[in-house]
Design a protein around this ligand. Structure first.
Ligand SMILES: Cc1ncc(COP(=O)(O)O)c(C=O)c1O
Length: 375
């Protein structure tokens, strides 16, 4: 397989992901759970997890049980925590595949207990406390009672307790400190802080990097594993680097006369005779139909003009007289001395880098680089 085979593709450097993992382990000084939901933030679930397991990861975080099953199918033996909701009907699958579920509600916990009782095997769970995020989690006033209930349920094995921060990536630290205070309060009141067999965790990437006291036994890092900053307010440790490039090729070059429309709706009309290229990437791959996108060709930023189509879009090539059909085009990554990051694109789209990389379509081949060159 060579890269010439592909119209648009992703190049993923697993060595960098492994390096990022080790830097985070050293920085945090506790267990690091790589969060690999949403196809490992676009990087490829199984490949990323297999590399990180070989590098020593003992826990993985996913959002859904389907993702946990894919990991088991790929041969992952490490612990897996489903961070989101799992229907009680899936409890037998979770037990069979040794997957840990999140519980945050008395009713669901009761049903988990009944399901596991029916097959006389305990279900492993982590209890999630809502210390202020207002998403999943048992509310503060019932948390201690909930933890006691779980510990007394015959077929539930309470393995861990966690919470999630709403604003750890914001410049203002007060909300995270407030959530931490509440979490510590529940750990103390429930006796969990004295119980060394429970795994306590709270921090996402921003929490792990900005709030050392939030590290507890483990941090759940997603975006930082992939070498990207959670926000402008968070500084990444030295050496953390992005691991993904998004590339395509120039597939056509034409000279169009003045006054010629380009792409659907003729949002761009040539002002003079112009050299217009077509590149093989579109919104079907995750490139948004937003005006003003740019790509790198021959180490220079060039404008995407006209509407982005599903599978293609057009570039203005007047500043690059020497380009040729087949030239590599970089949407995310480096070329010569120029670079466009997922964060640059997110800023342009007025969103976050998470959304850019999670939006990289499944149809794009993921090509895994090996040390010193291509696989
Ligand atoms: C519960 C939970 N923990 C950890 C993470 C990882 O977050 P980040 O990618 O900011 O490190 C997420 C991701 O959204 C999450 O939902």
């Amino acid at each position: 397989m060579t890269l010439d085979n592909f119209g648009t593709w992703l190049e993923i450097d697993l060595d960098r992901i492994e390096q990022n993992f080790h830097i985070l382990e050293r920085t945090a000084g506790c267990k690091v759970m790589p969060v690999v939901k949403a196809n490992a933030y676009g990087h490829g679930l199984e490949k990323v997890a297999l590399r990180l397991e070989a590098a020593g990861a003992s826990w993985f975080g996913v959002a859904r049980i389907e993702e946990a099953m894919l990991l088991r199918g790929a041969g992952i033996k490490a612990n897996i925590l489903v961070l989101g909701h799992t229907s009680p009907t899936r409890v037998p699958h979770a037990i069979k595949e040794n997957v840990t579920l999140t519980v945050y509600d008395f009713d669901v916990a009761k049903q988990y207990n009944e399901q596991s009782n029916a097959i006389t095997a305990p279900i492993k769970v982590h209890a999630k406390i809502d210390t202020g995020m207002g998403r999943l989690g048992i509310q503060m006033d019932r948390s201690v009672e909930f933890l006691r209930y779980l510990q007394q349920s015959s077929c539930i094995q309470l393995e861990g307790i966690f919470t999630h921060f709403a604003c750890a990536d914001e410049p203002d630290a007060d909300t995270t400190r407030f959530q931490m205070g509440r979490f510590n309060q529940i750990l103390e009141q429930s006796g969990a802080s004295e119980n060394s067999s429970l795994l306590i965790h709270a921090a996402n990437s921003a929490g792990a990097l900005e709030f050392p006291s939030a590290r507890f036994d483990m941090v759940r890092t997603g975006i930082a594993i992939f070498g990207l900053p959670p926000s402008q307010a968070v500084t990444l440790p030295d050496g953390l680097r992005p691991a993904l490039s998004w590339k395509t090729r120039l597939i056509s070059v034409k000279t169009l006369p003045p006054g010629h429309g380009v792409s659907y709706g003729f949002k761009y009309i040539t002002k003079k005779e112009e050299r217009i290229g077509v590149i093989a990437v579109g919104y079907g791959d995750g490139l948004r139909r937003t005006a003003g996108n740019q790509v790198l060709i021959r180490g220079k930023k060039v404008d995407i003009i006209g509407n982005v189509c599903m599978d293609q879009c057009m570039v203005q090539l007047d500043t690059l007289p020497d380009v040729q059909i087949g030239d590599e085009v970089v949407i995310i990554g480096e070329q010569n001395d120029a670079a466009i990051s997922a964060t640059d694109i997110a800023n342009h789209w007025q969103t976050i880098n998470y959304e850019v990389i999670c939006g990289l379509a499944a149809r794009m081949p993921r090509y895994y680089l090996k040390l010193n060159g291509h696989a």
